[in-house]
Ligand binder design. Structure first.
Ligand code: HEM
Length: 455
């Protein structure tokens, strides 16, 4: 059923049994390995589908998802939304963190957080990390080789898929190697915040993890303030004026406000060269590092596992890649398109609007199903085929618009280096047991991926 003017909500209750079954199948843990069949049914029959139970409109077409993420009419659920809709969550540390973070702010509040981050870490800086990424990949593949040298199987995710992004994002931020394993566990618990529906257990674990990680990153900032290093923590401190402690370079604001009123107190009058309002305080900087950490490794670990798995399932494509390493960037894009790590992203209408010809009231929720958009046959011919030579792949896997993934270049780099080294060093890599998918409605990842090097 397609939403239309006569059916302004695109409501699921009027939908056919086939559409309702398809929607249920998308969220059925038993069908987690391949939700793309049911998603294709939704895209064909009801590309904008209102689901009363979750109160959101699922969007499964590429153009609709892109319009919602990149257009001006939709925003992310934020602090005011939290206070209005879920005051019972407000006292939770994890909610306090998330709904003031990059992923839970809009407009000027979001730009104020994003500006400093992009100023100190752009795609060029990601490319500069290339040598470091290669070194970590080589070390981890040595470990994988040792673990499989007797012809047996090893869990690729435990040995490579998780340790690689944890090491890379840890290095980027400034988390010492020795502490990264503990952080992996805490980050995993905090990442439950990315779930579209969070259970009590998700909240409890996220609260504990956020509290511990906040404490850690606050300590790290204090240490870097005393002894700066080559990392994100130090760069943010330098730019934001080491807020809360040692003064940094300051720029004077005009003494009188735009209305010509009284001069503001001297502390507020001075600010660092940020173009986006007052500098970030210590808590905000700690939370920024926390978000980059949490957003940066679960997703990338997902991509590494699914990319390797996709190549193993398509040996003729793996052979093309081995024969021509120039295909690596294309192979990474195709892996992101074919089975990207983030299945969906929610938005709220900032004003009465429409999507795909379906009216959405102000405050109405829509959910862009990125995984379905990436397989839209109107955008990609033969969308279910996995083709490392596919032309013109521009995925929605990193989102679009103001919240476009901050770490996309880094994630692409990690995946390209890994796939290149892996196909050169392990040409006979093979599945060696049933993989275990992550228990998540949103994150597509393998918890366990048993592989043998010499199969
Ligand atoms: C394959 C790996 C990755 C995938 C698939 C991915 C996916 C995404 C998506 C879909 C969003 C937007 C969410 C939304 O619009 O609601 C996002 C945002 C974000 N990602 Fe990634 N990500 C990946 C890796 C990384 C890495 C490596 C980092 C950090 C180094 C990172 C940091 C962030 C941050 C900070 C945001 C929030 C941006 C904002 O709201 O302004 N991500 N990511």
């Amino acid at each position: 059923m397609n939403g239309s003017a006569a059916d302004p909500e695109g409501a699921a209750e009027g939908a056919s049994a086939e559409v309702r079954a398809a929607l249920e199948a998308v969220f059925d843990p038993g069908l987690r390995a391949d939700p793309y069949g049911p998603l294709a049914v939704l895209r064909e029959a009801a590309p904008v589908l209102y689901d009363e139970e979750s109160g959101t409109r699922f969007l499964t077409g590429f153009a609709d998802c892109q319009a919602v993420l990149a257009g001006p009419d939709f925003v992310v659920p934020d602090g005011p939304w939290l206070a209005r809709e879920h005051p019972e969550w407000a006292a939770r540390p994890a909610a306090d963190f998330f709904y003031a973070s990059l992923l839970g702010t809009n407009g000027a509040a979001h730009e104020r957080l994003r500006g400093p981050l992009t100023a100190v870490f752009g795609p060029r800086r990601a490319a500069e990390l290339s040598a470091g990424v290669e070194k970590v990949v080589d070390e981890l593949l040595d470990r994988f080789e040792d673990a499989t040298s007797d012809g047996g199987a090893a869990d690729f995710q435990a040995l490579v898929g998780y340790p690689l992004p944890v090491a890379v994002v840890g290095e980027l931020i400034g988390v010492p190697r020795a502490e990264q394993e503990r952080f992996h566990r805490l980050g995993r618990d905090a990442a439950r915040l990315l779930e579209p529906v969070r259970s009590d257990e998700d909240w409890r674990r996220a609260d504990t993890a956020v509290t511990a990680l906040r404490e850690y990153f606050t300590g790290l900032l204090r240490e870097r303030r005393a002894r700066p290093a080559e990392d994100l923590a130090s760069a943010l401190l330098a730019r934001e004026g080491a807020a809360g402690s040692a003064p940094a370079r300051r720029v004077r604001e005009p003494a009188a406000g735009p209305s010509g009123g009284r001069a503001r107190p001297s502390a507020a009058r001075e600010r660092p060269p940020a173009e986006n309002g007052h500098p970030l305080g210590e808590r905000e900087l700690a939370d920024l590092l926390l978000l980059v950490f949490v957003a940066g490794f679960e997703t990338t670990a997902g991509l590494l596992g699914t990319a390797v798995s996709a190549l193993l399932a398509h040996p003729e494509q793996a052979a093309l890649l081995r024969a021509d390493p120039g295909l690596l960037p294309g192979a990474v894009e195709e892996a992101l398109r074919w089975d990207g790590p983030v299945l969906m992203a929610e938005r709220l209408a900032a004003r009465p609007t429409e999507v795909g010809g379906v009216a959405v009231p102000a405050g109405g929720s829509v959910t862009a199903v990125l995984g379905a958009a990436n397989r839209d046959p109107r955008r990609y011919p033969d969308p279910d085929a996995f083709l490392v030579t596919r032309p013109d792949v521009r995925v929605l896997s990193f989102g679009a618009g103001p919240h476009y993934c901050f770490g996309a270049a880094l994630a692409r780099l990690e995946a390209a280096v890994l796939l290149g080294r892996l196909s050169a060093r392990f040409p006979r890599l093979a599945p060696a047991g049933p993989p275990v998918r992550r228990a998540s409605a949103c994150l597509r990842s393998f918890d366990v991926l048993p592989l043998a090097a010499t199969g």
